[in-house]
Design a protein around this ligand. Sequence first.
Ligand code: F6R
Length: 606
Amino acid sequence: MCGIVGITSNKQVTPSIINSLRKLEYRGYDSAGIATLSKGFINEVKCEGRVDILEKNLSKNKLLGNIGIGHVRWATHGIPSTINAHPHSSEKVSVVHNGIIENSTILKNFLIKKGHKFKSQTDTEVIVHLITEYLKTNDLKKSVLKTLSKLNGSFALGIIFKDQPDLIVGARRGSPLAVGYGPNENYLGSDSYALKSMTNKISYLNDGEFCIIKKDDVEFFDADGNKVNKKILTLSSSEQNYNKGDYKHFMAKEIDEQPTTIKNCINEYLDKISNSINIFNFPWKKNEISSIVLIGCGTAYHSCLMAKYWFEQITTLNVTVDIASEFRYRKNRFNNETLYVFVSQSGETADTFAALDLCNKKKMKTCSVVNVVESSIARESKFVLPIHCGPEIGVASTKAFLGQMLVLYILCLKLAIMRNDINKNEYHKKIKSLFSLSKLVNQTLETESKIESLCSSFVNIKGSMFLGRGYSFPIALEGALKLKELAYVHAEGYPAGEMKHGPLALIEEGMPVVVLAPRDEYYKKTISNMQEVIARGAKVLLITNKNKDEIHSENIWEKVEVENATDDLLPFLITIPLQKLAYYSALKKGYDIDKPRNLAKSVTVE
Ligand code: F6R
């Protein structure tokens, strides 16, 4: 999704802006642009397409200046095009924007009546003209405040001014925004990652705040224009995590990193000597929680669905799972004894953040499961459980999915022991088996060559289905999502037992169907459902676990066996071949695996 960079310095800024825009490419975008201030004029260079094209355009049309803003755009209002690319500028002001201005049509009509001329189809351009209009009669700070007060919707903004050659204004409502501090220069970025190559000293704007950034000073203000003090955080995480190494794609690297990320996460949360969980500062007591609501979007939602099965199996809590974009607009029955858990890799997903914000306003107990610990969702939650996966750059979530499931499983065990829902022996046993998970995932990665050899059957097809029951159902949804988003193949995840209630009509001769049937308590039932689709011509790829018992079924097209594990841990293992299946199918089609079309890594608009 859109990304912002701003730099004010005592040296030329265009090369560093390009460098930072490259860091933001992982978010997914369709056009890019830069504006700088030089000799009293705002100049812009923009393009449709990638930052590489922008760089080429810049070699023909050099952009000089010690102050500038850059942007990668993911189209919302108006098609992807050079004209609609950001920055948008008037003679006086240039703006980059993430988010959506909901009242842009009303504001545009107002501005047209005042004589302003619009070039693009974007909602962003109204911001440019509003500030330009208010600057006629107000100073900079008042013009910004007045402009922000007129905007409905969500935004992160970076603004430069023709008549203020030494400053950038940043403003935030809804969409995240960070400020970075460097030697004789300071920065603005839509996330700290964009600024990582320049600094690890970061402050975050809170909702409603704005800031004025000069090369040697930064001031922060609240929505009323009162000055606020900010903490400067020092970020960790090394730069090498952001490199592909010898891999062709980040996604391939991230899938293969899973044994390590699981090990890291287990080391953070589990004590090997006592076989217990190291979450000592959990803020709520056992009688303060009687139910749990798990909320997320996309893959994170699937990890919540998975966790529901564990919570129901292992605890006596009432469990509800919700899609954040639904939760935030429903008439919810808020309950003081409910723990609201928000799951998000990026920690910036607009809908998940809005759902959290709603719960915070109702004074509910909020906990987040995130990868990015400096994210908005982490900062606004009462309690944070990081998944310790390291940066995930590929747009399609892989290692974060396993990380989310793992942390939710650990949380489930934590609540179970706290509430005496599980006996101590059982608890220690489950934790002990977690210590073998990393190795099992590593061994399961060896299914890769088999999957690679099968993927051509998933490439040029009308559609496919992923079936599972119980613990395997959420994984079926995730497997289908991965194939859709990477190989652009229609794929549907379905509870295997539901097929005969309608979708069986879709099955035709040769249709590839992935059946997830590890030898857990649902195994026999799933195998029966598999027979039903085979009988109707489906070409079944069975994913099960290694076992000496034979599978009593004929006409299975292919079989992939993951390692053996407890029922609780099999979902982690059966995910691996599905990630590889999507990867190799997309590779075969020559698609842009790390940046699938139309998608963004961090979905900061609703
Ligand atoms: C799919 C995928 C998305 C994200 C979703 C939520 O591979 O990555 O479905 O899971 O956009 O993102 P986060 O977890 O950052 O809130």
